[in-house]
Write a protein that binds this ligand. Structure first.
Ligand SMILES: *Cc1c(COP(=O)(O)O)cnc(C)c1O
Length: 433
């Protein structure tokens, strides 16, 4: 048997990658640190050079059960034996029907209809289109703008970019090519801080002035993810729900990051006891195995769109309802519901609070915050990724900071000793900068 390193092409994977492969938010001619992964199992990533890393990212919120979970692998394999894909126009199948039933049962009550999309960004496009078609069907096509909030993130496609934070986002770069929407101040106060009756003043003023041309408000419930990793007061959502109703504006909640238990409740909106008109899901939907997202909506939205012109909803991806992805999602939801996820998430929360607290004393650190299975250390200055990324790998953990944020959202199955390795790496690396 040849030794591991004798397998052709393996050693120079990174060099070959650099000649033709693009990575997320990277230069085409990038020399940023890059690591080749051989295997992923449980909470461990094994690099091609044999090093093992404890995963603190869940591959961007997705791998909540860890990697290679036998129940997910079995569900995908079994489905692969029956059919990997058929078109969804005019055809249906058990994996899609069972998944949509499960999503309707799991999400807040008024959500009864499901559109399966291929990625989170596409589910946001679908949500926006649903809101616009709702008002077109009602004979109010002038209600076609959206209200979003500062610090939000909704994806990288053009519709999603246009509702993402205009300062951190890409509005300047693509000025003229993006729809001009309206932005309210970032939601507040912070989660756990005292309520402020002025918290929605900016939002209320915006809706007062623009409701006649606004179809929907879109935001992430309680946790703003890639736009700044901020946690805000759930009461903001309750007051916003009432404002939307008063102004005849739909409420779209983007739970792509928060869905499936990450914030300590199954969905972020449950912190507030609020249900949206349209809900976006993605990321952890398939437990990190396949790409799939969903936009759920209410019977009122469904009936209105069906009655009005053009009577159909104008969206239909080629790979809509992919049976492999639906099977994976169904298995992931069953696994989650059959697990003590709430206890696990709250144990991770308590441990991160305890173990990240020493970061507060560091000069480089501006803030430390934890909610559910999400730990965030905000720095005074953006991190130097060329130094910090390899430093985490040397300490045997996988973390992927961005800007001023070093953060972790580990798989729920992580053991306390493994989580301590992640906390120690964060404290250790940040002590040295
Ligand atoms: C990741 C994310 C998206 C985009 O999802 P993709 O699958 O990357 O297209 C949208 N909204 C939120 C809140 C997200 O975290």
């Amino acid at each position: 048997m040849p030794s591991e390193s004798a397998i052709p092409g393996r050693d120079d994977l990174v060099a070959r990658d650099r000649r033709c492969v693009m990575h997320p938010y990277a230069a085409p001619l990038s020399s940023a640190p890059l690591f080749a992964v051989e295997r992923a199992e449980g909470v461990r990533l094994t690099l091609t050079d044999g090093r093992e890393l404890i995963d603190g990212m869940s591959s961007w919120w997705a791998a909540i059960h860890g990697y290679g979970h036998p129940a997910l692998t079995a569900a995908i394999s079994a489905q692969l034996g029956r059919m990997s894909h058929v078109m969804f126009g005019g055809l249906t199948h058990a994996p899609a029907v069972e998944l949509c039933e499960a999503l309707v049962a799991l999400t807040p009550e008024p959500l009864t209809r499901v559109f399966l999309a291929d990625s989170g960004s596409v589910s946001v496009e679908v949500a926006i289109k649903l809101a616009l078609q709702f008002f077109i069907a009602r004979g109010q096509p002038e209600k076609r703008r959206l209200v979003s909030v500062l610090g939000g993130y909704h994806g990288d496609t053009f519709g999603a970019m246009a509702v993402t934070d205009p300062v951190n986002g890409m509005h300047h770069l693509f000025r003229g090519a993006l729809t001009q929407h309206l932005f309210a101040p970032a939601p507040g106060p912070a989660f756990g801080a005292p309520w402020s009756p002025r918290a929605l003043d900016g939002m209320a003023e915006l809706l007062e002035r623009h409701a006649h041309e606004v179809a929907a408000v879109i935001l992430e419930p309680v946790v703003q993810g890639a736009g700044g990793m901020r946690f805000y007061h759930p009461r903001y959502l309750r007051e916003l729900r009432a404002l939307c109703d008063r102004h005849d504006v739909l409420l779209v909640l983007d739970e792509i990051a928060t869905g499936f238990g990450r914030s300590g409740e199954m969905f972020g909106c449950e912190h507030a006891g609020v249900a949206p008109d349209i809900l976006c899901l993605g990321k952890a939907l398939t437990g990190g195995t396949m790409t799939l997202a969903a936009a759920l909506f209410t019977e009122r939205v469904a009936e209105t769109i069906s009655r009005g012109e053009p009577r159909v909803f104008m969206h239909g991806p080629t790979f809509m309802g992919n049976p492999l992805a639906c099977s994976a999602a169904l298995a992931s939801i069953r696994l989650l519901l059959g697990s003590p996820w709430r206890a696990r998430v709250s144990a991770i929360e308590a441990q991160l609070r305890r173990e990240l607290a020493p970061c507060r004393a560091l000069d480089a650190v501006a803030d430390v915050r934890v909610l559910g299975a999400i730990g965030v250390v905000e720095l005074e200055q953006p991190v130097d990724m060329a130094r910090v990324q390899p430093a985490f790998v040397e300490r045997g953990v996988w973390l992927r900071p961005f800007g001023k944020l070093v953060y972790t959202m580990p798989p729920y199955i992580i053991e306390p000793a493994e989580l301590s390795r992640i906390s120690e790496a964060i404290v250790g690396v940040l002590s040295g900068i």
